[in-house]
Design a protein around this ligand. Sequence first.
Ligand SMILES: Cc1cc2nc3c(=O)[nH]c(=O)nc-3n(C[C@H](O)[C@H](O)[C@H](O)COP(=O)(O)O)c2cc1C
Length: 320
Amino acid sequence: MLDRRSPSRRRLASRRQEPDRLVVDGGWINGRSTGGVLRLHVENRDARRSEYDRIQFTPRPGHADYTARVRYGPTADLAGGGIFSGRMTVGLVAAGAVAAQLLEPLGVRVAAYAEEIGGVPAEVPEGLDWTEIGIRRDSNEVSTSDPKAAPAMEQAIAVARRVGDSVGGVVAVRAWGVPVGLGEPFFDSIESVLAHLAFAIPGVKGVEFGAGFAAARLRGSENNDPFRWEGDRVTTSRNRAGGVLGGLATGMPLTWRIAIKPTPSIPRAQQTVDLRTHQAATIRVGGRHDPCIVPRAVVVAEAVTLFGLADLAFAGGFLP
Ligand SMILES: Cc1cc2nc3c(=O)[nH]c(=O)nc-3n(C[C@H](O)[C@H](O)[C@H](O)COP(=O)(O)O)c2cc1C
């Protein structure tokens, strides 16, 4: 999972070399946890301060430089984006990989893919299973499970990069095997827990479950998913609810989406302010930035889903 997040092997990602080698330095012996605290860490070996020193008094539009400087003061270390960097998601992914193993006895499987990049939509049939979504997604540079859309998405990123700009998009997540009733009432519904985690991912600007915002334009008769018997299981004949009713799992696939904004750091000239002189300023952000965050955020979305569901499985007594 860490390899899927790393920019090192992606042509269309940041040119930083981040092999993201995982070190397990506690709580683990011979492939099994000891029951103590599992401590994982990844070193950041390819950090360059100079670009950040150059722009420290001219906050990047769209990034956290301005808000962080006001909140934490001039001594805050914002090199590489500081705690607001996409690099922080390495920890989310490591936790997700552990959670995937915790969820195995329940048969929970999670797969995410890029559903839209730079306005180019992907079409991924609802019936596709976990393995097939993964195989398709890992066969292209942009982590989409629609092989037909991949070239146009790659093109959208390449064009944006060429003109010194960036693009955003949407990550879709599906989870199978979530036991009926999983989720805690009121504050810790499946939607609350997953949305809370989604907004820890830098650059996320919206979330939607099932039909999401489109449900606002449907009638009850169109939006309700009719129940039916499938053998001795209750299922629904469609899944506009995205596998959640009342914050609890219906047993249908959990489907949700995350909207990701275009990368804020772009080489194009942008208007900003100089915090020393109180004058207007123009900024061109150099450094090695992703022209699109989406392909690398796919595995992060998968990871937060995994550990959100694992937490809820423990809370609800679905796991011992
Ligand atoms: C995997 C990943 C990689 C990212 N890479 C970059 C990047 O190269 N350059 C950049 O400006 N922002 C990048 N971001 C986004 C910023 O960290 C984010 O936009 C910034 O912290 C402001 O937070 P906000 O967009 O959530 O308001 C990345 C985010 C993720 C999840």
